[in-house]
Design a protein around this ligand. Structure first.
Ligand code: ZN
Length: 154
């Protein structure tokens, strides 16, 4: 494991007690928001984020960078009344976007309806490091199983 920066932000946002989901990684509490700040959220995720970039019709157009977490590691802090939901095709994915600024800070993904998919681009403080894996969402049925474990807490 590399050395992590020990600035004040890092120390205050480090989460001390987490379940097995963390697999021994350092877990951080990140704050995020839409562009106009009407919608704010908090998510627990490793200091080094494993993100997925998807090439499907909606993700490529919206530039969404995926961080899928178990639902209990996500908290909507404010702005529920500003969120609209868009769905298409199978209707399983619930795409949430801010009615004021149009940004999609998080949503309920089709691959993990029991989890939350956060847009890494909407985190207010950038993670130490982001590892990006390409996900072939244009051939979703063939590849969705690779994401299924990400919303499981233990
Ligand atoms: Zn907004």
């Amino acid at each position: 494991m590399g050395t992590a920066p020990q600035d004040d932000h890092f120390v205050t946002n480090r989460v001390s007690s987490v379940d097995q989901w963390s697999h021994g990684k350092i877990i951080m509490k990140y704050q995020g928001s839409c562009h106009c700040q009407a919608v704010r959220f908090e998510v627990e995720a490793p200091d080094i984020i494993e993100a997925d970039r998807c090439n499907c019709s909606i993700c490529s157009k919206s530039g969404f960078l995926h961080l899928i977490v178990p639902r209990k590691h996500f908290r909507l802090l404010q702005g529920e009344e500003h969120l609209s939901t868009y769905s298409f095709n199978s209707g399983v994915a619930q795409h949430k976007f801010c009615q004021r600024c149009g940004i999609k800070p998080f949503y309920i993904p089709r691959s993990n309806p029991d989890g939350i998919d956060v847009n890494v681009n909407c985190l207010d403080t950038p993670p130490v490091k982001i590892n990006v894996t390409e996900f072939d969402g244009r051939n979703w049925e063939k590849h969705a199983h690779k994401l299924a474990h990400k919303s499981k807490a233990d």
